[in-house]
Design a protein around this ligand. Structure first.
Ligand code: ADP
Length: 457
């Protein structure tokens, strides 16, 4: 009984420390907005946000039409994507995807971009010869986006480490395009890459195709990232040469946002200290799919150790870092069965914890709720901060495109996110901020880029 009360105390304290009342969300939003401003001025050296121009080129107008190809490079594989656009903001159709694994000898060598590009060119040539149109317009562009998991770099491949550090600067993307184009030409692919970009920019391009009011794209998966449209006058750094009608996309890198206003708990402190990048990417550690389950696990472990939540012995598997992944956390959280049967099943499967009572399972679900609610509301605050920075809150509509498994599949998280924006802005102003899911699914941003680059470059 006493232990039970102690368990409740741990939960209540955790919930209190994690609280994100609207006033706090506004402080955080304002802080982000001013950090963004500072990041733009200081060209990335002194602010915690390194706000570099990551793409300076045309984005879709919505009039683009035709069949387009894209490549979406991921950690251990890439996607070849082919789809049709019909202009007039008509939806993307006839999407075909092929996933190609990258041979490990190419992947482990961080200096092997040439081999990687050769491999991609060969596979693309094969794909087009089998599935492709008989004729591809000579000046057609190939969209090329990269979405390499941005977290836990030491655990990912050599290529991933190299590529992670690249996707900030627009000039790097254009240089890489040259290398790819050599490979494409060598292997007889009659398309050219205009620039290699982070796939968040592809999602922004997708948003633009559908709506002129699209101003930002957010990735919410394992990690998190934001690309948004900035007015060139705001940027102190000189811009590279660009074609006519170039737009300026800044990679916000809000994963790195940090502020004493963030609702840091003892569990976040220890998670960060024991992470592979202590002190780094703090905002991501609150909201990334990579971390949500791990925070839950840490809270449960403390409750097991100090309040015998799961009986006299601490279940050994509960001590394994990162064992609880966010899809399992979501399943427990969203368990609506009477006796929390899903929680029971997940505890057994993941942690080998059996014989829990419904009361204990309810506590587990509540811990998930606290973690998800906090993360989702912080994303909401981030979005409001961004829109505020753009000066669009009270007078203009802004469309924000979100892509990523966390947003797409974690319903309660998504709902918390939407309601936090609504709470912050009130019913009238919140109509100005439209949050939508990205178009065409994973990697489809490359198609929108290909289209706008072909049409408008
Ligand atoms: P990436 O791993 O490149 O971020 P995604 O955008 O597909 O790829 O996101 C995958 C992440 O989304 C997973 O690692 C997980 O954190 C989260 N996720 C996927 N499905 C679910 C789900 N059903 N519930 C909660 N989170 C999920």
């Amino acid at each position: 009984e006493r232990r039970w009360r102690h368990g409740q105390r741990i939960l209540r304290k955790f919930a209190r420390d994690s609280a994100t009342p609207v006033a706090k969300l506004w402080h955080i939003a304002n802080q982000l907005a001013s950090d963004m401003q500072e990041g733009l001025m200081s060209s990335g050296d002194h602010s915690n946000l390194s706000m570099l121009v990551s793409y300076h080129a045309p984005l879709p107008t919505g009039e683009e039409g035709g069949i387009y190809y894209g490549i979406n490079l991921r950690g251990t594989n890439f996607l070849i994507i082919r789809a049709r656009l019909d202009g007039k903001n008509e939806p993307i159709t006839e999407i075909r995807r092929k996933e190609v694994p990258i041979p490990s000898q190419i992947m482990v060598n961080p200096d092997s971009t040439k081999e990687l590009f050769d491999f991609i060119a060969i596979e693309l040539a094969k794909y087009i010869s089998v599935h492709g149109e008989t004729e591809i317009a000579r000046d057609k562009k190939l969209g090329f986006t990269v979405s390499i998991p941005v977290v836990q770099a030491p655990l990912s491949s050599g290529v991933a480490v190299k590529w992670n550090s690249l996707f900030v600067d627009d000039t790097v993307g254009k240089e890489l395009a040259k290398e790819i184009n050599q490979a494409l030409e060598k292997h007889g692919v009659e398309m050219q890459v205009y620039a290699v970009v982070n796939d968040t920019i592809g999602d922004l391009a997708g948003g633009r195709y559908y709506s002129k009011e699209s101003v930002a794209a957010v990735t919410l998966g394992m990690g998190t990232d934001v690309a948004y449209l900035e007015s060139p006058q705001q940027i102190s750094k000189p811009l590279s040469e660009s074609p006519k009608s170039g737009e300026t996309v800044v990679n916000l890198q809000w994963a790195n946002f940090n502020s004493s206003l963030l609702p840091l708990t003892e569990f976040d402190v220890s998670l960060d200290a024991q992470s592979t990048n202590p002190g780094g990417r703090i905002f991501e550690k609150f909201i990334g799919g990579m971390y949500l389950g791990e925070i839950v696990r840490r809270v449960l472990l403390k409750m097991a150790q100090e309040a015998a939540l799961f009986g006299d012995c601490v279940p050994p598997k509960l001590k394994t870092p990162y064992l609880l992944r966010s899809p399992d956390m979501a399943a427990m959280h969203q368990d609506t069965s009477e006796d929390y049967e899903v929680v029971d099943e997940k505890l057994k499967d993941i942690f080998e914890i059996s014989n829990t009572t419904p009361m204990v399972r309810e506590i587990v679900a509540e811990v998930c709720d606290v973690v998800a609610e906090r993360g989702a509301r912080l994303v909401g605050a981030g979005i409001v901060g961004l829109v505020k920075k753009l000066g669009r809150i009270s007078n203009k509509k802004s469309v924000i495109t979100i892509e990523g498994g966390l947003y797409e599949h974690y319903r309660v998280f998504r709902n918390y996110l939407h309601s936090s924006v609504w709470e912050m802005l009130g019913s009238e102003l919140s109509d100005n901020v439209v949050i939508e899911h990205s178009h065409g699914g994973s990697g489809a941003g490359s198609i929108f880029l290909a289209a706008s680059q072909t049409q408008n470059a």
